[in-house]
Design a protein around this ligand. Structure first.
Ligand code: ADP
Length: 264
């Protein structure tokens, strides 16, 4: 039974409780983001993250070529290597992969990203972000078959060998679909989808696949991307998607038992 777990990279996410919970889960793929590490490293290198708002109101980090270097260093260099080392301390054999390795995540460059600047809609220059086209599962199957935990994150690679940035939540959804996973668990820095983002007591416990559109208005900012990824995973055949907190002991187990928001 295949399980995909995605751990968030925003501030407030906890990794320590997640790793012991991976120890006895054969057939699991761990996907990671790393937004706070990208911001930290970018600032340290004198390349602070810049954000833009699309005409439809979605806020994205700018991915020009200089910034893409920071993404590669932060995710494939730092976040992933740290996760593999911390797994080793738990007795878990893991291999870190970016989407470029083994062409696991194939994407095409996005064309025509637009930003609203001072009320005007402008083309985003030198945009190195991509749209995921397919997941090549060969390498993942090879690792899973050998009892090794694959730890996978952005970026992705195009057919012509360009590196492009992709959203980690979308990576998780595409991987779950490609592996015909039964479940996809998003562990994050909040208890799940909240009616009021600052009130943990407003957790929405269960959402049917057909009702997802009705809860979209509650999601602001980055949570919108998580719900878009949730929708595509459910549409792609994943039976259950859970958004739950990374904090506290055994967060994967608790998410599977229904703590958090369950989309099914
Ligand atoms: P991660 O890095 O863990 O994937 P994100 O920053 O991508 O986390 O998404 C989680 C964030 O989404 C929360 O910290 C919260 O600020 C924001 N958010 C916006 N709307 C909601 C909502 N309705 N319920 C929960 N979180 C929300």
């Amino acid at each position: 039974m295949t399980l995909v777990v995605k751990i968030g990279g925003a501030a407030g996410n906890e990794v320590d409780p997640v790793l012991p919970d991976l120890a006895d889960r054969a057939g699991t793929v761990l996907v990671h983001g790393g937004s706070s590490e990208i911001d930290r490293l970018g600032a340290a290198l004198g390349r602070p993250s810049e954000y833009y708002t699309s005409p439809s109101g979605v806020v994205s980090r700018r991915s020009d070529s200089a910034h893409l270097e920071v993404v590669v260093l932060a995710l494939a260099g730092k976040v992933q290597t740290d996760l593999v080392a911390r797994c080793a301390a738990q007795g878990i054999r893991a291999v870190g992969l970016s989407g470029v390795d083994g062409t696991v995540i194939r994407a095409r460059r996005k064309e025509g990203a637009r930003a609203v600047v001072d009320g005007r809609v402008l083309r985003v220059p030198d945009d190195r972000s991509g749209t995921i086209e397919r997941v090549d599962t060969d390498l993942l199957h090879l690792l899973l078959g050998a009892g090794i935990l694959p730890i996978l994150g952005p970026p992705a690679v195009t057919a012509t060998g360009e590196i492009v940035n992709v959203d980690a939540d979308r990576v998780a959804a595409h991987v779950a679909i490609a592996l015909a996973a039964e479940r996809l668990v998003f562990l994050t820095n909040v208890a799940g989808l909240l009616r009021a983002p600052t009130d943990p007591g407003s957790l929405i416990h269960r959402v049917r696949r057909t009702e997802l559109a009705s809860v979209l208005p509650y999601a602001l900012g980055r949570m919108r991307k998580k719900l878009a990824a949730t929708q595509s995973a459910l549409d792609g055949g994943v039976r259950e998607v859970i958004i739950a907190s990374s904090a506290g002991p055994l967060p994967i187990e608790r998410a599977i038992r229904g703590e958090g928001t369950v989309f099914a």
